[in-house]
Design a protein around this ligand. Structure first.
Ligand code: URA
Length: 266
């Protein structure tokens, strides 16, 4: 391999490690040559805030919020949504989570918001980021099969994620990113008002149910979950992506799904 090829390979491998997995233009852009953003005519602090852009005034350039401020902004914004559509619109405009900048699109939900059961995963992956729908990739196909085995499909279940934007390179969302998105998924659950919540995997279980144990201890267990309107039942189970890597564990997930079927029949 000549030196130029070697350098190119090393550069691509650096990009892959950094989470780049798609080209967005044919021509390389020289960002160093880009003009610096024009300074706002008035200091940001003097401008009136808007609910979706709590940290920026009209016409200004978004500056990243400190994590605590972003969580506060998310709480305030989520509270104002009276419908799922309003919540989706708020999230589309919400600039408090930097994942929005690297994701292709918002992945809000799929399925039937009137369903009695709601599944919540961790965060969209590449396929979901492209489709704008949760669980459409390999793990989504497995989830569909698991649901079908107990008579459910996307007309009888509602599906969302803790974090509605894909983290670059499918990395795990940081605790701050999850904390910023938490008020939105809480509100989404409250507005969808399912009878049963199913947490798919450890991050979803720990974030929504406040557990600290690992998923091998919590799976199969029923919890109480306060939606804000009422108390419902919540079940922790394995994430389908984990089951793809550890197919032997499917028997335990099958048990959980049978318990879910029983609970829905009851
Ligand atoms: N994994 C998740 O947690 N959510 C998705 O939507 C897809 C994969």
């Amino acid at each position: 391999m000549n030196d130029a090829n070697k350098d190119a390979r090393e550069l691509i491998s650096f990009y892959l490690d950094a989470g780049v997995d798609a080209l967005i233009g044919e021509q390389a852009a020289d960002r160093f040559a880009d003009k610096a953003p024009v300074a706002p005519s008035r200091p940001i602090a003097e401008r009136p805030p808007s609910p979706a852009h709590p940290h920026k005034g009209a016409g200004s350039i978004a500056a990243p919020l400190a994590p605590e401020a972003a969580v506060m902004a998310a709480r305030q914004a989520a509270r104002t949504a009276d419908t799922l559509e309003a919540l989706r619109a708020l999230l589309e405009a919400f600039e408090g989570c930097m994942l929005r900048a690297t994701a292709t699109r918002l992945v809000f939900a799929d399925g039937n918001p009137q369903a009695r059961v709601m599944f919540v995963g961790e965060a969209p992956g590449r396929d979901e980021d492209i489709a704008g729908l949760p669980f459409v990739g390999r793990s989504g196909k497995l989830l569909d099969q698991m649901m079908a085995a107990i008579g459910l499909d996307r007309t009888s279940a509602y599906i969302a994620n803790i974090v509605p934007w894909r983290p670059p390179g499918n990395r795990t969302p940081t605790p701050q990113e999850s904390a910023i998105c938490l008020p939105f998924i809480h509100r989404q659950i409250e507005l969808a008002d399912p009878d049963i919540l199913v947490c798919l995997g450890q991050p979803s279980t720990q974030t929504l149910l406040g557990t600290r144990e690992g998923i091998t201890r919590t799976r199969g267990r029923w919890f109480k979950f306060d939606t804000g309107r009422r108390e419902i039942r919540a079940l922790a189970t394995y994430h389908p992506a984990f089951l793809l890597r550890s197919p032997l564990q499917k028997r335990l997930a099958w048990r959980d799904f049978l318990a879910l079927q029983k609970a829905l029949a009851g």
